[in-house]
Design a protein around this ligand. Sequence first.
Ligand code: PGA
Length: 255
Amino acid sequence: MSLSPKRLVAGNWKMNGLKGDLGEISTLAQMVTADVAASVDVAICPPATLLSLAGAAVAEAPLALGAQDCHAAVKGAHTGDISAEMLVEARARYIIVGHSERRADHHETDEMVKAKAEAVQRAGAAPIVCVGETLDEREAGKTLEVIAGQVSGSMPLDGPVAELVVAYEPVWAIGTGLTPTLEQIEEVHTAIRRQLLDKFGARAAQARILYGGSMKPDNAADILTVTDVDGGLVGGASLKAESFFQIVRAAVEAR
Ligand code: PGA
């Protein structure tokens, strides 16, 4: 489809990374040349403590930074939380919301995820809204129903659709080395696209739908050529610049 959006490959470092690991971001910043960035958007989401320092490391590179969560409010009495505005000030261009680890560990509901996604848009960044079924849900044949519910419950309604990113991450594929078949990925991605088109009209062709869950250098090329897969959200394989960049390269070549 000629209107398909520019691919995005985003790395999610989760709760990994101390100052000593910033060298990986500097190395990546050297690998992501203007040529690479012309065909694929690349982002790395380190822990919030490293954002400002990483900002210096990527200052001259077309490599974006992102954060992994935010609070829905602008500011206030929310001890330990960080607002989207604060993250944007620290150079976050993307903010992941509704990751399954947050939905599980912090009991985040679709409603909370939607409020966070709206906060990200309010702050001028792009939300990466995560959805995904558990293994039980898949085995019960409920995958499409679960995903449709999460998409309709957690998607912000008013912001710029071209800046909207959805990440389909089957919970059972995250950090396990397991991945769905390409057919299963396509089934979910095309269903999400249809749902976005229903909700937002033709503009939804510009929203990006990423696949995440054990994406690695050796499976990225296949996954990235699946219909309606507009990039990847990469956990474990993003911690090292070398392996992450192999996935970025696969995205460049998948065009
Ligand atoms: P993984 O994590 O690549 O380590 O499976 C992906 C994610 O949770 O975003």
